[in-house]
Ligand binder design. Sequence first.
Ligand SMILES: [Zn+2]
Length: 334
Amino acid sequence: MDPRAMVIAFKTVASPKERKNLSVKIKYLLIGSAALFFFLGLATVMLITAVIGSLGVGITSGFRSGAPTAFAVSDIPAQYLPVFLKAQEKYGVSWAVLAAIAKVESSFGLNMGPSEAGAVGFMQFMPGTWEKYKQDGNGDGVYDPYNPWDAVFSAANMLHSNGFEKDPEKALYLYNHAGWYVRKVMAIAFQYSSAMIPPGQGMWPLPSRYISISSGYGMRLHPVLKEYRFHDGIDIPAPAGTPVFAVQDGRVAWDRSKGGYGLCVVLNHGSCTTLYAHLSEITVRAGQEVKAGEVVGSVGSTGLSDGPHLHFSVYVNSRPCNPEEWLAVPSGNY
Ligand SMILES: [Zn+2]
């Protein structure tokens, strides 16, 4: 029945008693569907949280790689890139190194063996090594060396267990005992991502008293513009005049005002650049070489800012990365 016809029927044909019954029925129908939508929504949110939670937990140290290069995007089959990135997130092992291993070992799943030596699957594990380090990367309850998620997470687990975060090349040597193998994998990894910086090696850009982050990296409601925007760095509140330090050795690439960033300094470190924004003053000049820990300026509130804080960004291949992965947060004991 046409809804409009129903309304007409409701208004004209039905007796007062029938109208009342119909109203009650419509009311229950509305309450019922509202409740159903609420529980469906709640279930969806819980499911998404569980998935994100299961992927996000892990070890936060180790060598990580920056954004994929154009070569990486053309060379790595698109469906596998998230596998390597998620493995880096969980185990702190460079996604580019994991992708390079997958290329060398199985050409991204095209030759999964068994090899003459008996190695099997996407990352070519020997059965004994597989038993020792196997992970259920896709969470289906099965440990399958032919499944890319399981194989890549297991390789990341093995490299992490063998001290990848301290000495990536030594951990790789333990993966496959050959010098040529280590050199080949590392050469491909560097083509996939030009930067491989051990996180925790960048100095904290402010005195260790100021370690709280008022606004993290990612989408957020802009404090001044009051609209959702991508925040390409982290905000660390500190009183105006607090000294700001270079996080690594580098060369000053920018030393003046830049739009919403206000007065800012950009340092070029070769493998990445760092940005220090909303400064009240700048104490270095473009072209100058600076050492890690050297003062580059003072905290302020210039540009689009709602109070004194340092906005700090890291860019790899001109793309922003999460600075929290690249910096050592001070313990506060010094
Ligand atoms: Zn900011």
